[in-house]
Design a protein around this ligand. Structure first.
Ligand SMILES: [Zn+2]
Length: 116
């Protein structure tokens, strides 16, 4: 996830030692364009789980997404270290819409549904 090596052999997420120790996980979301705004279309967390995991941090909102080339199409990811939101990453195709990426995640985190 941080592309550092070596991974911890037994770690289910293929993390390096410091990521495993920090409880770092990345959760990917796929966005879609609705009118002129972005909306979450699918994700590794449900709206309810997103709200629980990162709702307050997203809505407080000082975390600006950064562009990362390993993300494809219209995807973005939240990197959590335990219960803390560390970073938001977005695919290069979204580089001109980073504010909208954040808005889409915020709107998702305000929902309480079990699925997108
Ligand atoms: Zn790492």
């Amino acid at each position: 996830m941080c592309q550092r090596r070596p991974e911890v052999a037994a770690d289910p997420y293929g993390r390096c030692e410091s990521c495993a120790k920090a409880g770092r996980r990345a959760y990917q979301f796929r966005l879609r364009l609705v009118g002129s705004a972005l909306q979450v279309a699918a994700g590794e967390l449900s709206p309810r789980a997103l709200n629980k995991a990162a709702g307050p941090a997203l809505l407080a909102g000082s975390t600006r997404p950064s562009v990362r080339p390993h993300l494809l199409g219209s995807s973005c990811e939240l990197v959590m270290a335990g219960r803390r939101l560390e970073t938001i990453r977005a695919a290069p195709a979204l580089s001109s819409r980073l504010d909208q990426v954040l808005e889409a995640l915020r709107a998702g985190a305000r929902r309480t549904d079990a699925s997108w």
